[in-house]
Ligand binder design. Structure first.
Ligand SMILES: [Zn+2]
Ligand SMILES: [Zn+2]
Length: 315
């Protein structure tokens, strides 16, 4: 599940949920005048109740010409997103909306966020062989047996080094990158949310080297690294991954990047998306790498003027 998902699994997560369906699209942080928001959850995900038309209307209002709907597809029967909707229903809903909104100048892509784990890689592979999406994000979430599960995480941390604590999570990220199944690896270090408050974002920032093998795997596999702004809505208040990690990815030879707000509510649509674009520009990237069905495409990053609400571009 996503950064804003599986909230029902634990009280501490429920209280961490920053926003519901609020009419706050004009609040500070609402991104606008950006080319793409490539990570959105509609009411076809179990943890969102936003109809697709709401996002499309917001995209028109904020002058964001392209969005990707990436509802959850999960493979563990215990997960709320397991068979929550049928592929055919999701596809029809998104394609119909795409047709309605094309006239308004918004292009809607039919994507999915698939929860990856080596345990069910074969199922992911089979799903993708049978079903065609415009764009596919592979994400690692805290699977039911994971040491990061709310009832288990404190005991897992006890007496272990940061290297040991993070190893199972990043092993899955590396396997996801190498699987060749995905266009993009979603929210690279969402594990920091699972570890909070026992281990903070500041603690993790002292050991950014622990993400290096994952970054190298992403570079080698040629998948896109997503800069996901949902982390800005949680304690630690950093994108997933943070700006220094984005910069490091670039140094390691990373060329493919993409951004998304991972909205599960109306108020989170494109939320602080300008921050993610800024991190990319500051790191030296000039383009996003995205897929539109059969075609991998490059989308220029804004080069001048304001980026979202983040103010004037530093030059
Ligand atoms: Zn998501
Ligand atoms: Zn996710």
């Amino acid at each position: 599940m996503s950064p804003e998902a599986d909230q029902g699994a634990s009280p501490n997560r429920a209280s961490a949920r920053p926003d519901r369906d609020d009419p706050a699209s004009e609040r500070p942080g609402a991104g606008h005048d950006l080319p793409l928001d490539a990570h959105l959850h509609t009411d076809q995900s179990p943890d969102s109740s936003v109809p697709i038309d709401v996002y499309a209307a917001l995209a028109v209002e904020r002058r964001i010409p392209e969005i990707a709907i990436t509802d959850h597809v999960d493979f563990d029967p215990r997960d709320p997103a397991y068979r929550y909707t049928r592929f055919e229903d999701r596809e029809r809903t998104v394609r119909d909306a795409a047709e309605r909104w094309a006239r308004e100048g918004v292009t809607i892509r039919f994507g999915a966020e698939l929860t990856y784990n080596q345990r069910w890689e074969a199922d992911v592979r089979e799903h993708l062989a049978r079903h065609r999406y415009d764009y596919v994000i592979g994400s690692v979430h805290d699977w039911p047996e994971s040491p990061y599960w709310p009832s288990r995480v404190r005991a897992w941390i006890e007496g272990r080094s940061l290297d040991e604590i993070l190893e199972p999570y990043y092993a899955e990220i590396i396997a996801a990158a190498r699987s060749g199944l995905f266009d993009t690896i979603g929210h690279l270090d969402v594990v920091k949310r699972y570890l909070h408050p026992h281990i903070t974002a500041a603690d993790l920032a002292t050991r950014q080297d622990l993400q290096e093998p994952s970054l190298r795997a992403i570079v080698d596999a040629g998948v896109s690294l997503e800069v996901n702004t949902s982390g800005l809505r949680y304690p630690g208040a950093e994108t997933y991954p943070s700006a220094p990690v984005v910069a490091r990815y670039r140094q390691l030879g990373g060329e493919r990047v993409v951004t998304g707000s991972d909205a599960h509510s109306r108020g989170s649509f494109a939320h602080r998306l300008g921050d993610a674009y800024r991190h990319l520009i500051d790191a030296g990237f000039e383009q996003l790498t995205f897929r539109r069905g059969h075609e991998r495409v490059h989308i220029d990053l804004p080069r001048s003027g304001p980026i979202g609400t983040a103010g004037a571009l530093r030059t």
